[in-house]
Design a binder for this molecule. Structure first.
Ligand code: ADP
Ligand code: MG
Length: 725
């Protein structure tokens, strides 16, 4: 009997994909569409009476509290704008601790007593909503009797429209909190951390003789992702339920040829990118770069940096848009950190700096950094924050998906250290030796031909192996996972740097009057670097030597999520968050609980899916093939011909099947008696017993994939998913 193989049908369908027409690209320029679906401050100003605008502007730019009487006028302007664009509904758009975004739509139309309807959207509805959102994780903050959560408008992030061919709705970025005032989301603490950083940075600037009315952190993220034909994606239960392949043998050709990286972009993918970028432009998201990444089927997109709160909202919108638009091209956009075993995973470099309202980058070293005392001050504050709170930075990126990536020789190790480059290292050394004389000139990098200009060599040169690297005028937090919300990592960065600035300022303020700025700064920075310099590492973060060296230096090495999450509630961390009013003790505990719960739940789903694939797809396929082989052996013997070939295959497949059977028994046994302790304890048990047991099942399945007849194999294989574009 010829096997009907659905996999081959899938391949034909994927290959047969043809591009549709997705909009009139030629006749609309980027300048025309940029910001079309977002109510920019400029157009809001035009729609508001002058006094209202002035008050709103104070809120947006300087963080002043919003006068509630202003809200009605703003709501009206927003509704008019949205309605003119064809929107019928609005939603408070928020970021619950699931890491995704949430929305509940309400129509602008409200029925009136006469049986008709009026379009209504008041200031009250703009400012506050009450979604019945009791099912979002709250980590014990909300009891059922106080289950209501409310959303509150964040006027510092612009509203926007989401559209599809059938309609549009207005999205209002909001914070999400319980009635008792506890943050149930990622935005609230982020906004609080912005305040903390602002307060401390302004205090520092004053010491340098500068007045600024606002300092914010700036963020730009490089997002990596995979694109896979949907025909394959939906035939893989593991992709559908876990967003990654839980089984699958490494293909003969992976990324070894390095021919995909920065290669020319396949046509279908380019079409997708062009449309995704247009959608992002419409939302006012300044996308700038796109390219192929290291693994086949992997790509990257990056916008220009923005104020961190807006950048965090835009990052969420970017992920949503990539996924949405990919479907128009028969593709699935996979944001998981490790979709394919043995190939590079995806991260999200979080570029971070601090800037005054006027756009002065506080981490810009200038021509001669040793003279730039202000730069050295803020730079040392970041190093100090990273040194003191390696655990928090690690915990802020801890989730099941990212554990596959960190330390896998394609992404930074789980040890948090900072790369700062040769020039800055030299400056710090001079400082520690007693005084600053010169900054090692990086010199000009001639290109060997008089026709081309000399380029200034980047003082902070490249090191891809560091989790936290200074790259010229910003730090790049490279350990962030591709699928995660960037809000919590930013919150942690803002807060730990705020604390470091606070500490350095306190010391400076104590001595600056007697000693003068230069003298006392020299001392304060010297002391700080002495204390914190062990976190600076310019070498190869992938090497085994570094693991040993880091241990000697006393740096933390929290290898997995299960190791990292417990540190969240260490006293030092609760004190930090409370001191700067970023998170209360209860809020820290609730986050820990939720993140641990997500870790355990993710693993539960992975285990169940692995088991189901093994038992209901792989097992039957292997048995069928075994049957065929045993018939072949019998037949050969009956015919009196040599059965050796079929026999040896029969033994091989049979052995692999036995291995699978044992691994499945092992997995069942591993699950017994788990989960009786706290959620953190359960997480640790999962890491120690369940994950290894699951990996054994995978090994057996992958072995079978190599020996089972191809036309029996029920799952799209790596080669197909990665190379059919
Ligand atoms: P590279 O990583 O190669 O240096 P870019 O200079 O293009 O690449 O920057 C990568 C990302 O860093 C972009 O999103 C960019 O907007 C962002 N970025 C640049 N400067 C800053 C800054 N001062 N603050 C935050 N992000 C920044
Ligand atoms: Mg970069």
């Amino acid at each position: 009997m010829i096997q009907s193989n659905q996999r081959y049908d899938t391949l034909a369908a994927a290959k047969g994909w043809t591009p549709g027409t997705n909009g009139d690209f030629k006749n609309s320029q980027i300048a025309e569409i940029f910001g079309k679906n977002t109510l920019t401050l400029e157009s809001l100003r035009e729609r508001l009476p002058k006094v209202v605008w002035k008050e709103l502007k104070n809120t947006i730019e300087d963080g002043k509290q919003l006068n509630s009487s202003v809200a009605d006028a703003v709501a009206l302007a927003m509704k008019e704008w949205a309605s003119e664009k064809g929107a019928t509904h609005y939603t408070h758009w928020f970021q619950p601790l699931t890491g995704a975004t949430a929305e509940k739509h309400d129509s602008f139309i409200t029925p009136n007593q006469g049986g008709g309807a009026v379009a209504e959207f008041s200031g009250k509805e703009l400012i506050q909503g009450e979604p019945d959102a009791s099912s979002f994780p709250n980590g014990g903050v909300r009891q059922t009797f106080e289950a209501r959560g409310y959303t509150a408008w964040d006027p510092t992030s612009p509203v926007f429209l989401i559209e599809n061919q059938n309609g549009k709705y207005l999205c209002i970025p909001t914070a999400f909190a319980s009635w008792t005032g506890e943050a149930l989301d990622h935005k609230t603490p982020l906004l609080r951390s912005v305040e903390a950083l602002d307060t401390q940075a302004k205090r520092a600037l004053k010491l340098f003789g500068k007045e600024s009315n606002r300092v914010v952190s700036t963020v730009g993220c490089e997002q990596e992702y995979f694109l896979i034909d949907q025909e394959f994606y939906y035939r893989r239960p593991d992709f559908v339920s876990s967003n990654r392949t839980l089984v699958g043998a490494k293909p003969p050709r992976g990324q070894e040829l390095d021919d995909h990286y920065f290669g020319s972009i396949p046509d279908r993918v380019l079409s997708f990118m062009l449309e995704a970028e247009r959608e992002l432009y419409k939302l006012g998201i300044p996308v700038k770069t796109r390219h192929n990444e290291v693994a086949p089927g992997q790509y990257e997109i990056a916008p220009i940096f923005e104020n961190c709160n807006i950048a965090a909202d835009h990052q969420q919108l970017m992920m949503i848009t990539l996924k949405r638009v990919a479907r128009n091209y028969g593709l699935e956009c996979v944001l998981h950190e490790k979709p394919f075993d043995g190939l590079n995973g995806s991260g999200k470099h979080l570029n971070w700096s601090m800037s005054t309202k006027d756009g002065d980058n506080l981490l810009e070293p200038g021509e001669s950094p040793h003279e730039n005392m202000q730069f050295l001050f803020f730079f040392s504050a970041v190093i100090r924050g990273v040194y003191k709170h390696q655990d928090l930075l690690r915990a802020s990126i801890a989730h099941a998906g990212n554990d596959h990536r960190l330390g896998a020789n394609e992404a930074p190790p789980a040890i948090i250290s900072a790369f700062i480059g040769e020039q800055l290292e030299d400056i710090i050394q001079q400082l520690l030796n007693g005084g600053l004389k010169e900054s090692k000139q990086s010199g000009l990098m001639g290109l060997g031909t008089p026709v081309l200009p000399s380029l200034p060599r980047d003082a902070g040169d490249r090191n891809r192996t560091s989790p936290f690297a200074f790259t010229g005028n910003k730090f790049e937090f490279r350990a962030v996972g591709s699928s995660q919300s960037i809000s919590f990592p930013i919150t942690v960065l803002n807060t730990i740097v705020a604390e470091a600035i606070d500490e350095l300022c306190t010391k400076l303020e104590g001595s600056v009057e007697n000693e003068g700025l230069e003298e006392s700064l020299g001392k304060v920075l010297r002391d700080s670097f002495k204390e914190t310099k062990s976190v600076i590492f310019n070498g190869d973060g992938y090497s085994d030597d570094w693991q040993v060296e880091a241990k000697k230096r006393g740096l933390l090495n929290l290898k997995t999520t299960a190791d990292a999450l417990p540190t969240l509630t260490d006293k030092k961390n609760i004190d930090l968050f409370e001191k700067y009013s970023v998170l209360s003790e209860r809020e820290v505990h609730s986050r820990q609980e939720i993140f641990a719960e997500q870790y355990v739940t993710t693993l539960n789903i992975e285990v169940d899916t692995t088991e189901a694939i093994a038992r209901t797809m792989v097992y039957p396929a292997a048995i069928r093939y075994l049957n065929e082989l045993s018939t072949a052996v019998k037949d050969a013997k009956e015919l009196g011909i040599n059965p050796k070939g079929a026999e040896s295959m029969l033994v091989t497949v049979n052995n692999a099947l036995n291995q699978l059977s044992e691994a499945l028994t092992g997995l069942t046994e591993a699950q017994e008696g788990l989960g009786t302790g706290t959620i953190l304890e359960t997480g640790m048990e999962y890491k120690e017993t369940l994950i290894p047991a699951m990996n054994k099942v995978r090994d057996a399945v992958d072995l079978l994939e190599r020996f089972t007849a191809d036309d029996y194999w029920p799952l799209p294989i790596y080669r197909e998913m990665l190379f059919v574009k």
